[in-house]
Design a protein around this ligand. Structure first.
Ligand code: PEP
Ligand code: CO
Length: 456
């Protein structure tokens, strides 16, 4: 009988592998000092929460729940403030209620927040005129300020990231568990005015009426149990890119086997760092958390299958979320064979769609943007491919914010390219704004219903 020899693993074995997208820290001594400091701090999340999320993702895999994952492309330290956090939370909750109302299944809310500080980049340096400095790799590494000091990779930022993530998560917990913010009875919670011009306004208004009537009805008959409506579950996620951050917070917990990344509930591996023989896959194969894997061009299907088997050797359900990001021009051509290959291997994965990263383009003025219609078309085509193959699309992964930014064109309000500069705030990729996000939630629900009606 052939025996598989499992290679030894520890939170640090990734250091023996080639790694992409990790900054070259000039001060190695300070880096190790910060790493050791980070190892001492208390965890941000618990293994119980992580296991709870895995269980829910396993339900989504079977079509009994839907994953709504979203937030900034690059979270910044400056975003660690009340309005930014409240607005993202609010829009994600509202989207989830729209989806819940339309789909009649549980919606799993996962923010790209409280740790989404590291960014992969296509070049190591940035040049403006004759000045050339290291590229901005997210606030966990360096600053957006374009000068020598700002762009220097600073290990102390790993510690600052931990503190900012902790503060952000603490506020999220207070809002979602404290009983006020998530209380559906709050009238301001359902404010509609900004939607008045939107073609979905009437649908949205009647849906809100139906939800508030249901709450009133329940209040009449079950006053003591209503408290459960005042709490909502919310999880956090980030790209496990700067492995100093993730591995320093990867630990064993009492009464459980294995290691947990206790900095976040759901880390994911980006499209550029999922090579089978490299550090990010090595790190992710040792943790108990559910792991997202982004997949889009370029990819090698055999390698992808190896990566999935390496990270999920027991083929556990709820463990792997495969986040496909092909772009509207390629998805219909490329996604079917990926699904068929994974299916042939009998691998358990939750299929999720990232309609953002395959649909980015630059305007003639050089502004990075995405078109609402392209994003929607990607989602529609992804649903259609899954329908044809009788597989289940169980989630979406969006770059979005609760703020009134002008970063993506299109949507019911018809933002045009010449309006992008009005409030373009992203340091990295363009996000759906508040109204575009709510509208997208409606449209996703409609596609989901078409799949259900067709028997998938
Ligand atoms: C991202 O999610 O911001 C990202 C960089 O995506 P991808 O790895 O899919 O390119
Ligand atoms: Co992005």
């Amino acid at each position: 009988m052939q025996q598989t020899i499992v290679k030894p693993w520890s939170p640090q074995t990734w250091r023996n592998f080639p790694i992409k997208q990790l900054p070259d820290y000039p001060d190695r001594e300070l880096l190790e000092k910060c790493y050791d400091e980070l190892k001492m701090y208390p965890p941000l999340v618990s293994s119980w929460e992580i296991e709870g999320l895995k269980e829910q993702l396993s339900k989504a895999e079977m079509g009994k729940a839907f994953l709504l994952q979203g937030g900034d492309c690059a979270e910044t330290f400056a975003d660690c403030n009340s309005p930014h956090i409240v607005k993202l939370l609010k829009v994600l909750l509202q989207m989830s209620f729209i989806m819940l109302h339309e789909m009649h299944i549980g919606v799993i809310r996962v923010g790209r927040i409280a740790g989404q500080y590291a960014k992969p980049r296509s070049s190591n340096t940035e040049q403006v005129g004759s000045d050339k400095y290291p590229v901005y790799r997210g606030d966990i590494t360096n600053s957006f300020e374009f000068d020598e000091l700002g762009r220097n990779p600073d290990p102390k930022r790993l510690i600052e990231a931990y503190h900012k993530a902790g503060l952000t998560l603490n506020f999220i917990r207070a809002l979602t568990e404290g009983g006020g913010f998530a209380d559906l009875n709050h009238p301001e919670y359902w404010e509609l005015d900004f939607m008045r011009e939107n073609e979905y306004y009437n649908e949205y208004e009647s849906m809100v009426k139906s939800i508030t009537n249901a709450i009133k009805f329940m209040e009449g008959i079950l006053p003591s149990e209503l408290t459960t409506l005042k709490h909502v579950e919310f999880f956090i996620s980030h790209e496990a890119l700067n492995l100093y951050y993730d591995s320093a917070q990867t630990r064993k917990v009492p009464h459980k086997t294995g290691y947990y990344n206790l900095s976040t509930h759901m880390p994911w591996i980006g499209n550029r760092t999922r090579a089978i023989d490299e550090a990010h896959v090595e790190y992710c194969r040792g943790i108990e958390n559910p792991v997202g894997i982004k997949v889009g061009p370029p990819y090698d299907i055999k390698e992808l299958i190896e990566v999935i088997k390496t990270i999920n050797p027991k083929n556990e359900s709820g463990k792997i979320t495969l986040i496909t990001r092909f772009g509207q021009e390629n998805v219909a051509k490329e996604l079917p064979s990926v699904i068929e290959s994974i299916h042939q291997e009998n691998l358990n994965v939750l299929w999720s769609c990232d309609p953002m990263h395959g649909n980015t383009f630059a305007t003639t003025d050089g502004i990075k943007t995405r078109d609402f219609n392209a994003i929607l078309s990607d989602i529609k085509q992804t649903f259609a491919v899954h329908r044809d193959l009788k597989t289940n699309l169980g989630g979406v992964h969006l770059e979005m914010t609760g703020e009134e930014v002008t970063e993506c064109v299109g949507g019911a309000n018809g933002l045009e390219e010449n309006g992008l500069k009005r409030n373009y705030r992203s340091f990295c990729d363009p996000r759906l704004n508040y109204e575009q996000s709510l509208e997208m939630a409606f449209l996703i629900s409609k596609e989901w219903k078409i799949s259900k009606d067709s028997g998938v």
